[in-house]
Design a protein around this ligand. Structure first.
Ligand SMILES: [Zn+2]
Length: 451
């Protein structure tokens, strides 16, 4: 990740240009001209301008803490049509525009220019590409690069404070960065993918996401969690390309299963119902048992289970040290919750096996135990696993994949969500996910490359 670097520049003490002659009182005429030359040279370098472009003036206003850098071009050149690259003579100029550039020692700095236009016989009158800014951007490439680095480190409001830019301006840079990154992304289907749902807001609004498990990146985001949410992802690849998918980690969710079956050959050999989701279902079963038992105990004035919700949700190996003692006592009590917890804890051993045969044997014993637990929520999950057993056991034959990538990304996305008070709609949220988790090349092209 990039980090925010304070910008330090050494500037000539006095500034002089053809436009600010009134401000030059500190120096004599020749000194002023010399300083102006240095500033012109400095900004030509900073903006990376090459022929036919040049800086023809630098104007600083102490009062408004602002530096304006005027950029012009030499006459008699030919310019490329932005659409077909045909070299054409200058047609006219657009109105003078300004682009925000990196601050100069705390002074907001702008590039001013009149963009040349060409008249292409095929594409009409169009503005030519400018070396210092992307089309339609109100910022220079250098500023956008810096803004991207800042936004990688903090939320949009915080970035806005650092950059002295509005929320909308920052988000615009983020959005363009993501657009650029996605356009550049190689069209290639990952071999191992994970499909997951994500609550977009509290309540019932969901997003469907596809992860590249190996790369740890978010590849695709769509609204809802229906079959129609996932279908377009697969449809974006040809049948031949889709054959490169060797395994899909996901929850036991009919909509996703149907989509995979519709689009992948041998789908039932490639679907892996992953440990993360299966254990999540078991955790929910334990919690349901706990709630009901807690209610029954409290009715008799017994508070044994008060405040224990999260203890039962930990895997035992992850239990924080301070809870270890009390939890040992708790689980030794003859509680239904402790029984449910033991069944859950035992299931996690399944993924330690290396061979399908041993895993199957273990599962058979576990299933017997779970279904004889006399705990309905546990029995329900056991049967759910049985109905989806092909995909649970594919882990031992298709690919030993888990949605661990998804778990890591999930916590990252959770952070984005927390930072995202300002995300006024889910499109903003999606953009931020791609920005932070898409593994994209976000920076604008550097000087000389086509915008
Ligand atoms: Zn053209």
């Amino acid at each position: 990740m990039g980090c925010a670097r304070p910008l330090t520049l050494s500037l000539s003490v006095a500034w002089a240009t053809k436009r600010s002659d009134t401000e030059v009182s500190l120096r004599d005429e020749s000194g002023a001209q010399e300083a102006a030359m240095r500033d012109v040279e400095l900004y030509t370098q900073l903006l990376g301008l090459v022929d036919p472009w040049f800086v023809d003036g630098v104007e600083m206003s102490v009062e408004s803490k602002r530096v304006d850098v005027s950029v012009s071009h030499h006459e008699g050149r030919r310019w490329p049509c932005p659409t077909c690259q045909a070299e054409l003579p200058l047609y006219d100029h657009s109105e003078e525009r300004s682009w925000r550039h990196l601050d100069t020692g705390g002074f907001a700095t702008y590039v001013l220019a009149q963009p040349p236009r060409v008249k292409c016989p095929d594409h009409g009158v169009l503005q030519v590409p400018l070396p210092w800014a992307e089309p339609r951007s109100r910022f220079t490439r250098a500023f956008e690069r810096f803004a991207i680095d800042v936004m990688k480190e903090t939320d949009i409001s915080g970035a806005g404070n650092i950059l002295k830019a509005s929320w909308d301006e920052c988000f615009g840079i983020m959005e363009r960065a993501v657009g650029r990154g996605r356009a550049r992304k190689e069209h290639q289907v990952p071999a191992l993918i994970g499909v997951d749902e994500k609550a977009a807001r509290k309540g019932h609004s969901y997003l469907t996401m596809v992860y590249d498990i190996t790369g740890g990146t978010v590849e695709y985001i769509a609204d809802d969690r229906t079959q129609a949410s996932l279908n377009p992802y697969f449809a974006s690849f040809t049948v031949t390309e889709r054959r490169q998918i060797t395994a899909v980690a996901m929850d036991m969710w009919p909509a996703y299963i149907n989509s995979v079956r519709e689009h992948l050959e041998d789908a039932d050999k490639k679907i892996v119902f992953d440990r993360f989701h299966i254990m999540k279902h078991m955790g929910e079963a334990v919690d349901t048992v706990r709630k009901s038992e807690h209610r029954d105990l409290r009715a008799e004035g017994i508070e044994t289970l008060t405040g224990t919700k999260y203890l039962w949700l930990y895997a035992e190996r992850n239990l924080p040290a301070k809870h270890k003692g009390p939890f040992r006592v708790l689980k030794a009590l003859n509680l239904k919750t402790a029984r449910a917890w033991a069944v859950k804890e035992s299931l996690s051993v399944l993924w330690n096996y290396h061979r399908l045969g041993w895993a199957t044997r273990f599962y058979t014993q576990w299933f017997f135990w779970a279904t004889h637990s006399r705990l309905k929520p546990v029995i329900d999950v056991a049967y759910m696993i049985k109905r989806h057993l092909y995909g649970v056991l594919n882990y031992f034959s298709a690919a030993r994949i888990t949605n661990a990538a998804a778990e890591g990304l999930n916590s990252k996305i959770q952070t984005i969500k927390k930072m995202a008070y300002g995300f006024r709609n889910r499109e903003h949220f999606k953009t931020a996910i791609f920005f932070h988790c898409g593994g994209l090349q976000l920076y604008p092209a550097t000087h000389g490359e086509a915008g």
